[in-house]
Design a protein around this ligand. Sequence first.
Ligand code: ADP
Length: 291
Amino acid sequence: MNLSIQQISKTYPNGLKALDQISIDLKPGMFGLLGPNGAGKSSLMRTIATLQLPDHGQIYWNGKDIFQHKIDFRKVLGYLPQDFGVYPKESALQLLDYFAILKGINNKNERKKIIRYVLNMTNLEEVKHKKVSTFSGGMRQRFGIAQLLLNNPKVIIVDEPTAGLDPAERSRFLNVLRNIGKEHIVIFSTHLVEDVRELCQDMAIINKGRVIRQIPPKTAIESLKGNIWQSEKEKEQWNDLSCPVIELSHHFNDANQLTTRIFAERQPANHFIATPVKLEDYYFLTLNQMK
Ligand code: ADP
């Protein structure tokens, strides 16, 4: 199973270049598309979902061009857009049955079996008789995953699924994706670095329509070992530094004191304390290097 995105570019009619020669190779597992708002994540996902054509470039599914074999590719594709906006008054069970019929699963027993499976995968078994319109945000997102799993897709695209979820719902949702990612190619977009660290074996950092880096999160963290420091001193007091520093982020510590995280090849001054690397450091450093 392999999805190969090659040199995809897209300029919208208003002249905005949303995708600029994007190339990514995807294998089974969770793949994170990480980037700030407006980076081009949704544009890329809509393109992979064959909902819009690129101006240049190709995407190959197991060696076949997806735009030339749209119907075949859509059969193996599950796509959960950012606004999965339909929340009808039917129960989850009724709706899944309806969707399963639409997807061509005509045999009643077969439908029952697959519906039991998708309810189980998404932890919705207990609420299957509840109206989807009464579901919380997290339950709706899981329902979105349940319906896309009905035709056993091989490639699953989920666009910013954790936006707006509270921490408990977010964690439940990430667990559902984690299980699904074992057997499928799951492409998952987010602007939350934590989502990617918790979930993804591989990731691409996207900004201004370009892939800035494709790297496994673990490798990214490893690559900065010994280079991340933090200081509680205000920047105006950073005198006589022994090497250049790149500011990454600011946080308040437990004592409500502002601390600054920086990248530096070695300890720039005594008040900089070595600190364990976070994926966030890698992300900010990468975006910073683009400026
Ligand atoms: P992200 O998902 O990373 O937030 P998007 O792919 O939604 O990024 O957007 C990338 C850029 O393309 C943004 O500047 C956005 O305003 C623009 N854009 C997105 N869709 C359209 C469209 N249909 N027409 C014109 N511009 C668009």
